[in-house]
Design a protein around this ligand. Structure first.
Ligand code: ATP
Length: 205
């Protein structure tokens, strides 16, 4: 199974691109979705987090109290590393497990922080959705109504466009309209269908 790692900065268009691949019949395994599923009550990863951070990270219903966890991370710099040491291997193992059972010629592994978490070896090729920062800010503002300074802080905390592009095998420059994006995804889809598993390279169709 050829695994394409889909990544990009905030608001670059990852979810939109993922949906377009899904419409073409290609399965998308989403790291963020799995991360949420793995910390539901009863899941081993939630138990591991409670062992590490204490029961105060749970709500009265026994669910993960995300705002409490965010606060912990904000006040204790080691907490983020400890959290990631528990969550990331669990998420990547589950993504790998789900990809193994698939029958399609290729699949998409959507990993927003693929570069930041050094997860390059999880995938055969890296598809970067690239977009000028000005457009990222505009789109996130429109979508979430977030404050521009907060969006800029998030952008600064992520890998830079250059860092991400340095790892890319394929690039979608998402600065046109949705019809253009759809055409680009279709072209890439045809290209991926012709590739063999584990095929690396820098050939851009
Ligand atoms: P995040 O990192 O925040 O999860 P994302 O990379 O998944 O974001 P999307 O949610 O796909 O990005 O796109 C951000 C917003 O921009 C959405 O509202 C989406 O509909 C819009 N958008 C994406 N691409 C285009 C485009 N080419 N033309 C117009 N709007 C677009």
């Amino acid at each position: 199974m050829l695994k394409i790692g889909l990544t990009g900065g905030i608001g670059s268009g990852k979810s939109t691109v993922a949906k377009l691949f899904q419409q073409l019949g290609i399965p998308v395994i989403d790291a963020d979705l799995i991360a949420h599923q793995l910390v539901r009550p009863g899941q081993p990863a939630l138990g591991a987090l409670v062992t590490e951070f204490g029961p105060a990270i749970l709500t009265s219903k026994g669910e993960l109290d995300r705002s409490r966890l965010r606060e912990l991370i904000f006040h204790d710099h080691t907490a983020k590393t400890r959290l990631e040491a528990i969550l990331h291997p669990a998420v990547f193992a589950e993504m790998h497990r789900r990809a193994t059972g698939l029958q399609t010629p290729y699949c998409i592994l959507a990993i927003p922080l693929l570069i930041e978490t050094n997860a390059q070896s999880m995938v055969d090729r890296i598809l970067v959705i690239d977009c000028p920062e000005r457009l990222q800010i505009e789109r996130v503002k429109r979508r979430d109504g977030l404050d521009e300074s907060l969006i800029k802080r998030i952008l600064a905390s992520q890998a830079s466009r250059q860092e991400r592009l340095a790892h890319a095998h394929d690039i979608i420059v998402n600065e046109g309209d949705l019809a253009m994006l759809e055409r680009r995804v279709k072209d890439l889809h045809l290209y991926y269908l012709k590739l063999k598993p584990n095929q690396h390279g820098n050939h851009d169709p």
